[in-house]
Design a protein around this ligand. Structure first.
Ligand SMILES: CC(=O)SCCNC(=O)CCNC(=O)[C@H](O)C(C)(C)COP(=O)(O)OP(=O)(O)OC[C@H]1O[C@@H](n2cnc3c(N)ncnc32)[C@H](O)[C@@H]1OP(=O)(O)O
Ligand SMILES: O=C([O-])CC(=O)C(=O)O
Length: 373
């Protein structure tokens, strides 16, 4: 007889990983043993992707070689290219990414192999292509074209350049790069778990990533960042406290608050809050930042909940000029590095993931022919 299930698998250890670790009580996050506070603002997203995919923070030489591989990998296949316009017309951003990654699988030169080197190559291609897919999707639906990537730019700068059409300021690049660093991996979050379940059947990396994108999309997970902005935009600036209390009284959740693992401040929120404030002040209009601060105070007062990564990411992206419905795709641009690293790790030491369930339905039912039911 199986044990009673833990609803939502809370506290269940579902896999072993050497990629990231969380101390939920202390509010700490580590990538391969490095504290996120040491990495944020000092390390580029490309270095973090190397750390996750290759196991170490790169030397300059290794980073150059890895970045060259990313540049090579960002070229989209003909099938993806041909379908972007119609997909942009018919699908919302996260649906479009799910479809486009699925199409990209057909043209990936390593599509028939799950071996480690093939997986490492696919991981680099998927990581390099994701920001390009978001930019190309956005341009197609807006009827504009995407500027060619600037060879001097890394992923963060090119993404901002391609989405906004203007050359980002140095500080904007640094802030966005830090956002990508902060979102790269996060132990057994729902989308990573979905990817590992898929990979553990010895399905391919692209299939696992399609599962992950579909899972990140939901508002209880990555989709929360878009909802945070929509909530801020729906409230009159002077009525934040009342709006929050009304929502709670109606039994609604306040998006961007609460976390399964953190029982204190999410360490990523600490950085994102600061960057949101900096951008708000630089823009000379800190309305949304001030509203966010007030919301944070009221939610803590009423529910004792802290903001999670999605809360201040919303205003940071807003101040950077990223359209609200691309906030969750931005999350996927970063998390692609973590998802793909988890698939590499799963395939390298695999066992089928197949938990048990507790049966709560009827028993001893007697079958009757269809006309007698
Ligand atoms: C990248 C990320 O995925 S970060 C998370 C992004 N998601 C969100 O911001 C959505 C809002 N937050 C939530 O829904 C939750 O806090 C989750 C999904 C993040 C965590 O969920 P769980 O660990 O399952 O906690 P659960 O939803 O059971 O909440 C526990 C209690 O806190 C309450 N609670 C949790 N989060 C919130 C919230 N944001 N607003 C109001 N109440 C909340 C619940 O209503 C519940 O109260 P109850 O015990 O009185 O019923
Ligand atoms: O860990 C989680 O459950 C959600 C989260 O914060 C993330 O995926 O970054």
């Amino acid at each position: 007889m199986a044990d009673k299930p833990t609803k939502g698998l809370a506290d269940v250890v579902a896999a072993s990983t050497a990629l990231s670790d969380i101390d939920g009580k202390a509010g700490r996050l580590f990538y391969r043993g490095y504290d996120i506070h040491d990495l944020a603002g000092r390390t580029s997203f490309e270095e973090i992707a190397h750390l996750l995919h290759r196991g170490t923070l790169p030397t300059r030489e290794q980073l150059d070689a890895y970045c060259a591989r990313l540049v090579e990998g960002r070229t989209l296949g003909a099938l993806v290219e041909a379908n972007i316009p119609e997909i942009a017309e018919k699908q919302a951003p996260m649906e479009a990414l799910r479809t486009l990654v699925s199409l990209a699988a057909a043209e990936d030169p390593d599509k028939n192999s799950n071996d480690i080197e093939a997986n490492v190559r696919k991981a680099a291609r998927l990581t390099a292509q994701q920001p390009i897919l978001v930019a190309r999707y956005h341009a197609a639906r807006s009827g504009t074209s995407v500027p060619d990537p600037d060879p001097e730019y890394g992923i963060a700068a090119n993404f901002l350049y391609q989405i906004t059409g203007r050359r980002p300021e140095q500080r904007e690049i640094e802030i966005f790069d830090t956002c990508l660093v902060l979102h790269a991996d996060h132990t057994m979050n729902a989308s990573t778990f979905a990817a590992r379940v898929c990979a553990a059947t010895l399905s391919d990396m692209h299939s696992a990533i399609v599962a992950a994108i579909g899972t990140l999309k939901g508002p209880l997970h990555g989709g929360a960042n878009e909802q945070v902005m929509r909530t801020l935009q729906s409230i009159e600036p002077g009525k934040v406290a009342q709006a929050v209390r009304d929502k709670l009284a109606r039994g609604e959740k306040i998006m961007g608050f609460g976390h399964r693992v953190y029982k204190t401040e999410d360490p990523r929120a600490t950085h994102l809050r600061k960057m949101s404030q900096e951008l708000a002040e630089a823009r000379g209009d800190d309305t949304y930042f001030r509203m966010s601060r007030e919301m944070e105070e009221v939610v803590f007062e009423e529910k004792g909940l802290y903001p999670n990564v999605d809360f201040y990411a919303a205003t940071v992206y807003h101040y950077l000029g990223i359209p609200t419905d691309l906030f969750t795709p931005v999350f996927s641009v970063s998390r692609m590095s973590g998802w793909t690293a988890h698939v590499i790790e799963q395939h390298a030491d695999n066992r089928l993931i197949r938990p048990d369930s507790e049966y709560i339905g009827e028993r001893d039912q007697k079958w009757k022919p269809i006309d007698e039911r």
